[in-house]
Structure formats: C-alpha cells, structure tokens
Design a protein around this ligand. Structure first.
Ligand code: SF4
Length: 433
C-alpha cells in the first residue's frame, strides 16, 4: 500500500405508482453511467476544515480524485489515496498493517488533522478489508487528538451523491447527546458557507433556533442531537443520515427543498410552523429575499420559458430541480430520471411536478439515450460521460455534477441556479447565428 465507475445490474423494468402523488414511476435497472461516491470528498473536504479523507483504493480512485479536484494543487490537500498494490490484492502483505503504517506517517506529517475518514472503494471491498474495524483500532491508538471513522464511497455500493450521505451517517454516532428535550433545528447537508450564513440570518429573523448544521465546519465541533432536535434536509440524497438521526431521537421536518423562491419559502415555512412563527413575522422576514429571487429569476425566464428538459439519473437533485425549473421558469420536463426516489422525502416535490413529466427511477442508459434522442429536448442534464457524445449529436447539455459543486440553495442563489441552465442555451443560440 502506498500513499498517493460504473457497475451494472441485471436488466429489468417495472412501473408503479408513487404513494404520495399519483405520478406513475418507471423503474429501470441496467447499465449505469454515474460517478461513484468518492466524488463527494471534493466538496466535503472543503466543508469540514479539520478533516482528512484517506481513500483506501486503487490508482483509478487516485486519478478520479486528482482530476476531479485538480484545483487543490495550490493548497495543502486534505485528501489522499492509500493505494492497494498488487501484492496486497494477492494477499501477500497484511493490508491492515500497511494501512496502520500509512496512517501513522500521515498523522505525523499532518498534526492539524482532527478527524480522519477511511473511505472504502471497490478494491478495498473486493479484498474485504474491514475499514470499520481498522477505524476503531486506529481511533483507540490516536484519540484524543484524532478520531478515525470510516464509510464507503465504492462504485459497487454508491452513486455520486451517496458518498455524502454515507459520510454524514458515519458522523451521527459521534454527535454529542443533547440533554433534555429543548427544541433545536438541525440543517442537514453540506451547504456552501455563504448559503449557511444566509440561512442563519433568516432563521434568526424568524425566531427559529438554536440552529446547527451537519456537517459542521469543524469535525471537532459536531452539533448535539437529542429528542428535541428537529431536522430539515437541505439535500434530497440523505436517506441514511436521516435514519441515523431518527435513531438518535431527532425528528424530520418534511418540506420541499430550498431551490428557487418557492422551494426556499416552503422549506423555511416548514420550520416556522414547527416553531409557531406568526404569518406576519414570516412574511416580514422572507419578503426581501423573495423579492430579490423573483427579480433575479425574471431575467432568465425569457431564455428558459417553454424550453423542454430531459434529466438523466445522476445527482438525486433531479426532482427538486425539475419542480423549480417548471414552476418558476416555465420549462417543460419531458423525463425526470433519478438514481433513487425517496418517496417520503420527496413527497412535497412530487406533488408539484407537472403531470406530463415522465418519472424514472434507476438507470438503463441505452433505453434512456433512445428516449432522449427521440425527444430532442432543448436541454439535457446528465453526467460528464454522456455530455460530450450528446453535444456532438447537437443536443445542449448541462453537467449535473456542477449543480452539486455550486451554491444553489436559498433566495440569493435562485438567479444563479437559473443562470446555470440559461447559459448553455444562450451560448448555443449565439453559435447558431
Ligand atoms: S471506488 Fe470504484 S468506481 Fe470509484 S474510482 Fe475507485 S474503482 Fe472506480
């Protein structure tokens, strides 16, 4: 070991009806075209500033991280790959001993690390390296200065955004217990700091609080959780984290996701209702933000109104995005593909989707490509692997990964979010002149 995806399932197809909305859902299983959960390290390491992510994987994993996070060459990186060499794979070396040696060297070199995540990959899972036991063993040795946790980012188990879910779920047992039943709000999901600060101000104006965030900016300052904790999901891909929080006594506040003016208002309102905020105070606190969002969206509506859009399943943000683009910008979703559809967490979103949109859960990339080519949408949202070939066929594409990297939640980001969809259309129009 030295320091330095896609998978397929049996093909199948099934249709069912969503329990929370009467939207028919097409379920597909087949070849997938998605990044693995290691990708989440790119935004998580920026967010949790005293954590280090050590992928236990292959050179392929190291290349994925390096190319996805190329900008980090200017800073001291807080992620690396412990590369499993061929001799480890052949069982010739004790992989656990090797891992301990790599971690010891890393901690000696980087005394600023307070939390170390061992991140599992396809190779570590194939050789059945038990990273949770390794994390326990290393924690016993390194505590109190460094806590070691583990989660899986492997392409066998996770898609692109599930890495964040697995990471946050691993943090939940480490959160201190909140004594008593005093009410507090926990916002769950990695948000850009600028967005977090805006929400802090909005909740303060509403009188909702105390407000805490998971992940916190420092792993050594994890928020407390207990029976009085109510949590809002800021991202739709956090089912495992939500389950772990519920097991600690916290209660989910069901809501639409804070994308666009409507989504942000609905999300804030859900918390305001739990806190018994008056309608007058709610209107007063949210009116300036709503106004700014509406003005910013009006600029982009001219470009996006009436344009058709097709989502390949990738980030799990597809359903809230389709709701935002159709209701606030007049776009027409033809197909909304999503890797997983959590009916309970998406209930408020599903109820707002246009009836004509086809909902697809899972992936059978060839069938979806056929449908997309036939529909010839004005815009296609997809992963990096599909974007270039579709552009070559004359379709306008948007990389779904960009929507996870960019600050898009809240009133003041609504215009930027619309701009991410308007720009490729404006560019293509210019090229066609
Ligand atoms: S975890 Fe698996 S899918 Fe992801 S880069 Fe490594 S080998 Fe590829």
């Amino acid at each position: 070991m030295s320091l330095a995806g896609a998978s397929s399932e049996p093909q199948g197809i099934a249709a069912e009806t969503a329990g929370c909305a009467d939207t028919p859902i097409l379920r597909e299983r087949g070849q997938r075209e998605v990044f693995c959960g290691l990708t989440g390290i790119i935004w998580l390491h920026r967010k949790i500033q005293d954590a280090f992510f050590l992928v236990v994987g292959s050179r392929t994993c190291a290349h994925l991280l390096q190319s996805a996070a190329g900008v980090m060459i200017f800073a001291e990186p807080r992620f690396a790959t412990a590369i499993i060499e061929e001799r480890d794979l052949a069982g010739l070396a004790d992989a656990n001993e090797e891992l301990d040696r790599v971690v010891t060297r890393l901690i000696q070199r980087r005394p600023d690390i307070r939390m170390l995540f061992l991140v599992g990959s396809c190779p570590s899972e194939v050789i059945k390296l038990d990273l949770s036991r390794a994390a326990q063993r290393l924690s016993e040795r390194l505590l109190p200065s460094v806590r070691v946790l583990s989660y899986s980012g492997s392409g066998i188990e996770t898609t692109f955004t599930e890495g964040e879910d697995a990471c946050l779920a691993a943090l939940v047992p480490e959160m201190p217990t909140e004594p008593g039943t005093a009410r507090s709000l926990l916002v769950v999901g990695a948000l850009a700091e600028v967005v977090e600060d805006q929400f802090i101000r909005l909740f303060a104006a509403l009188g909702v609080g105390p407000v805490r965030f998971l992940p916190s900016r420092r792993a050594s300052e994890l928020p407390a959780v207990g029976e009085g904790t109510r949590f809002l999901l800021a991202q739709p891909f956090l089912a495992g984290t939500a389950r772990a929080l519920e097991a600690r006594g916290a209660r989910h506040i069901p809501a639409a996701f804070p994308l666009g003016e409507e989504g942000t208002t609905a999300w804030l309102r859900a918390a305001a209702e739990v806190w018994g905020v008056s309608e007058e105070r709610f209107a007063q606190a949210t009116a300036p933000g709503r106004e700014r969002a509406r003005a910013a969206l009006a600029n982009h509506r001219k470009t996006l109104d009436g344009k058709s859009i097709f989502f390949f399943p990738d980030s799990q943000l597809e359903v809230p995005l389709a709701r935002f683009l159709s209701r606030e910008l007049g776009m027409q979703p033809i197909e909304i593909g999503t890797p997983y559809l959590h009916r309970q967490h998406l209930a408020h979103e599903l109820a707002l989707l246009p009836a004509a949109a086809k909902l697809v859960e899972g992936q059978h990339v060839d069938r979806q490509l056929d449908r997309c080519r036939e529909a010839r949408p004005d815009m296609t949202v997809c992963g990096l692997g599909l974007a270039n070939p579709l552009e070559a066929e004359g379709l306008t594409t948007k990389w779904s990964i960009e929507l996870v990297f960019s600050p898009i939640q809240g009133y003041d980001q609504a215009g930027d979010l619309a701009g991410l969809f308007a720009r490729p259309l404006v560019r293509r129009e210019k090229l066609m002149v």
